[in-house]
Ligand binder design. Structure first.
Ligand code: FMN
Length: 199
């Protein structure tokens, strides 16, 4: 609960970021997230330093009207880990489940990075639809870019924000109460009371 309540998307990320070895180590942990069929239908492309410019120049080429803004954003984090969804299309595990497994892995990775003191933010935007970026990164026709997990050290003013408060989820959960006495009758639902949670 502490990790959940203290993680938040960090807009300002500076050096240092985890090196390849540390990223790989944490990814091994994250790769144990729930994954129906254990297909691991994803891969990461780590982009650092001047290579970031190459990728975001490609994105900017595809959206000339926003190119300045896109180029400015290219180096917004020391490590831009690009998440590629690599589903097995004709597999018995439906594609949505493969996407769900990919998201489970990514959230686990974000929490592991957070636990090590790194900040993250998952960014999507123009990168995901950029044909030029796909070409530069070697993304195949079978794959999709799900965005960039920006990783670095927390430095912005928002880093000092207090722990988040828990959201009100009272209307998002109910208890199923079958009406066994009425054949074919409808079930009823009752809401589940929650007391506020603390760790
Ligand atoms: C799939 C996905 C895509 C996101 N894309 C962006 C984005 O393009 N730009 C951005 O500023 N934040 C992006 N975010 C971060 C969300 O804006 C952020 O998680 C949300 O505002 C809640 O903030 P928190 O993570 O601090 O709780 C994305 C998050 C997810 C899960």
């Amino acid at each position: 609960m502490t990790a959940i309540l203290t993680r938040k998307s960090e807009l300002s990320l500076t050096e240092p970021a985890p090196d390849d070895e540390e990223f790989g180590h944490l990814l091994q942990g994250a790769a144990t997230a729930p994954d129906h069929g254990r297909l691991r239908p994803w891969r990461w492309i780590l982009v650092r330093g001047a290579s970031r410019g190459v990728v975001w120049e490609a994105v900017a080429r595809d959206v000339p009207e926003r190119s300045e803004q896109i180029l400015r954003g290219g180096d917004r984090a020391p490590l831009r880990a690009i998440l590629i969804f690599k589903p097995q299309r004709a597999h018995k595990i439906p594609e949505w489940e493969q996407l769900a497994a990919t998201v489970c892995m990514t959230h686990a990775l974000m929490l592991l990075l957070h636990e090590r003191g790194y900040g993250t933010i998952w960014r999507t935007g123009q990168l995901c639809t950029s044909v030029s970026a796909r070409r530069v990164l070697g993304v195949t026709a079978e794959e999709e870019i799900l965005g960039s997990l920006d990783i670095g050290s927390k430095g912005g003013p928002e880093s000092a924000a207090p722990r988040r408060t828990l959201p009100d989820i009272a209307d998002r959960v109910s208890r199923f109460v079958p009406r066994v006495t009425v054949p074919g009758g409808s079930a009823s639902f009752s809401t589940v009371p929650f007391s506020s949670v603390t760790d």
